[in-house]
Design a protein around this ligand. Sequence first.
Ligand code: DGL
Length: 249
Amino acid sequence: MKIGVFDSGIGGLSVVKSMLEHSLFEEIIYYGDTARVPYGTKDKNTIIRYGIEAIEFFKNFELDLIIVACNTVSAYALNEMRESSKCPIIGVVEAGILACNNSLKNKNSNILIIATKATINSNAYEIGLKNKGFKNLDAKATSLFVPLVEEEIFSGAILNEMFKHYFSDIKQSPDALILGCTHFPLLKDELQSYFGKGTKLIHSGEAIVEQLQSKFKLTLKYKNPKLKFFASENPDALKDIANIWLNIN
Ligand code: DGL
C-alpha cells in the first residue's frame, strides 16, 4: 500500500514513526504545510481550505489511502476532503476515540483532552467520547506546545512553565490523557512524568495503527518502506528533522 500522510507541520511525523514501528506500508508520502503552521489557531473555513489544498497536492501521486495526521484538520475538514479525493481518507480523532474506548474499561474514568484551540473548540473528542459512554471529560487548549515542538524544545524550563500555566488548576491526575495534537507525542515523556504513571497517554500514532490493523486487516510487513517528504516551505528542514526523529540514514 502506498499512503499519503498530512499534517500542518512536523507533528505528523509522530504518526509516521508509529507506522514505521509496525512496518505497515510499502511507501509513505509525507506532506507538511510548514509555510502555514500552526493550523490550531485558525478558523474552520481556513482549516477546510487548507485540507482541500492538501488533497490537490496528493493528486500528484497514485495513493491507496490518505491519513490526516493532524487532529485540527481531522476535527473540521474530513468530509470536504473526502468529497475532493478519489482515495479513502482517515483521520486521527476517530482513531483516538476508539483507542481510548479500547483501553479504558471504566466509563467513569477521568479523561483529559489536550489539543489545539481549534480542536478543543470543535468538541470533536468530547462528542465522540460521550457517544461511547464516557462522561468525566475535561478539555484544555494547550496551543503553545505546538510552536515549542516546532522549535524542537521537548523538555526544560520553558516547558515546565507551560505545564504550570496550563495544568496548575488540575488537582488530580486523569486516568487518561488524550494527546489530541500530533505534535504532543514529542512531549510525552515529560507529560507522563508530570501526571504520573497512573495516567494512560493516548497517542494519535498508536491509535491510528490500532485502527488500521483492525479496519483494513493489514497483515503484510514492509521492512524497508520508501519514504518521501514534502513541505510547503523549507522541505530540507523537514527532511532533516524526519531523519533524526525517525532514525533514517
Ligand atoms: N499537529 C496538529 C494537530 O494534530 C496541529 C498543530 C497546528 O498546526 O496547530 O492538531
